[in-house]
Design a protein around this ligand. Structure first.
Ligand code: ZN
Length: 151
């Protein structure tokens, strides 16, 4: 294992332990999508060869966890919290819903960056920002498709 990879693996463990200290579990598996399950207190991370990307997605999911912990504040400042709703097709094709999803995704990446500073992780910010923006653009494309499909 290269030094860099080893380093990203140990950073992953630091973030994982931090999440566990908040009372949540982290599972890293082959055939899963990166996701956060607030009521099961669980974060799933897809196992990757690229350990740096794996670390970045863990930071992002932790970002969702932080939104959840502060969901009262979130609801006060934003349109709605998507976790509170059962997703239906009718809901998905609303601008309110798509804007809420985008706001949460953006906030989760932002929180992940803030936590990396708090944990003194020294991540590659250019790469983190690239993944952040690419991920947001995927959500924008998805929103575009869903909102146009209703016409
Ligand atoms: Zn997300």
């Amino acid at each position: 294992m290269s030094n860099k990879r080893k380093c990203d693996t140990s950073k992953f463990q630091i973030v994982k332990r931090f999440i566990e200290s908040l009372g949540y579990r982290v599972k890293c598996e082959e055939d899963v999508e990166d996701s956060f399950f607030p009521y099961q207190k669980l974060i799933l991370i897809k196992k990757r060869l690229n350990k740096e990307a794996q670390l970045f997605y863990l930071l992002h999911e932790l970002g969702h966890l932080i939104i959840h912990i502060n969901s009262l504040k979130w609801k006060h400042e934003n349109i709605q919290y998507t976790i509170d709703h059962h997703v239906t097709r009718d809901l998905e094709i609303t601008a309110l819903w798509q804007t809420s999803v985008l706001a949460e995704e953006h906030e989760a990446w932002k929180n992940g960056k803030a936590i990396s500073y708090q944990l003194c992780l020294e991540i590659n910010l250019d790469k983190y920002h690239k993944l952040w923006s690419e991920s947001i653009c995927e959500y924008i494309n998805d929103a575009h498709e869903k909102l146009n499909a209703k016409k």
